[in-house]
Design a protein around this ligand. Structure first.
Ligand code: FAD
Ligand code: A2P
Length: 269
């Protein structure tokens, strides 16, 4: 007698279920998934997420958790790279689908890596706003700092929309809105489309325009702290500017005045 083996039901390892998907532009989308009950993370950290490839092997990439650590679900904000191994597929996920999520959060954009200060600067381009979407919604940010400046720069206005809505909802949030009110200063700019504030973050810091526009004193080592997340070129250039103001790079093991993380690994890097 021949036995026919019943193929095992394919379930993803570390599977989480998609609960919401929002497409912001043809290059950007965000989504929410269930949170593993045991997952603890510090706002600003990233995890590995992904899907199975055609051979049934996990195809994983680093993603900043965009939701705060008190949220019941996890949120991610993603690029759509047309030929990208992961995002060419991930962009098609729907509510009810499963993704892989390795529950081992790590990262440098965390409060523990900064010395206490008066004001914290969140400096991001593109999807680099994701870790700050978490940190801006974390009460600890407002307990630790009197002022929080979110500078986000994209090429076009529509690319700023995820961040804009997030800040607007935050200010009206019953849980954290009162803490945020007056403390959070949002400074979005574009570089390739007309907008009320324009220019690269590096230029607006170096020229002093952002200090003038916000009516605040220029950065200094005693009062200011910064977290940076963008392309490698952006990070390098911002680091130079921050060092020019006297700030020094810190780490989890050695907290100082600023910390940096890549928003993605670029071509040839
Ligand atoms: P890949 O083969 O990984 O990338 C192909 C090319 O696309 C890259 O060489 C680069 O030129 C470009 N690219 C990749 N990611 C981006 C991006 N985010 N913005 C602009 N260009 C990009 N990506 C997110 O979308 N959201 C996040 O929160 C996020 N967090 C990250 C955190 C860390 C610490 C690191 C190292 C990367 C992070 N990334 C994030 C990038 C992510 O890991 C993947 O590279 C991205 O999802 C594309 O995957 P892919 O397989 O489709 O293409
Ligand atoms: P710009 O339009 O002047 O290049 P990208 O879409 O290429 O990832 O860029 C996202 C945003 O980051 C754009 O507004 C871009 O400005 C800006 N940017 C890119 N590289 C740098 C850099 N080295 N320093 C400061 N801003 C940068």
């Amino acid at each position: 007698m021949t036995e026919t083996a019943i193929p095992p039901v394919k379930t993803l390892p570390d599977a989480q279920t998609v609960t919401e998907v929002t497409h912001w532009t043809d290059r950007l989308f965000s989504f929410r998934v269930t949170r593993p009950q045991t997952l603890r993370f510090r706002s600003g950290e990233f995890v590995m997420i992904g899907l199975l490839d055609d051979n049934g092997k996990p195809l994983l990439r680093a993603y900043s958790i965009a939701s705060p650590n008190w949220d019941e679900e996890l949120e991610f904000y993603s690029i759509k790279v047309p030929d990208g191994p992961l995002t060419s597929r991930l962009q098609h996920i729907k509510v009810g689908d499963e993704i892989i999520l390795r529950p081992k959060p790590v990262g440098t954009l965390v409060h523990d890596a900064l010395l206490p200060g008066k004001r914290v600067w969140f400096l991001a381009t593109g999807t680099g706003i994701a870790p700050f979407a978490s940190l801006m919604r974390d009460p600890e940010t407002y307990e630790k700092f009197d002022e929080v400046v979110m500078m986000h720069t994209c090429r076009t206005v529509e690319e700023l929309e995820y961040g804009r809505q997030l800040v607007e909802n935050l200010i009206n949030d019953p849980l954290i809105g009162e803490m945020v009110d007056g403390k959070l200063k949002y400074y979005p700019t574009t570089t390739r489309e007309e907008f009320h504030h324009m220019g690269r973050i590096t230029d607006n810091l170096e020229s002093g325009k952002v200090f003038e526009d916000l009516g605040i004193a220029p950065m200094d080592r005693e009062h200011d702290r910064a977290m940076v997340c963008g392309s490698l070129a952006f990070n390098k250039d911002v680091m130079k500017v921050l060092e020019g103001f006297g700030l020094r790079e810190g780490a989890n093991s050695e907290p100082r005045e600023y910390v940096v993380e890549k928003a993605f690994v670029g071509d040839g890097i």
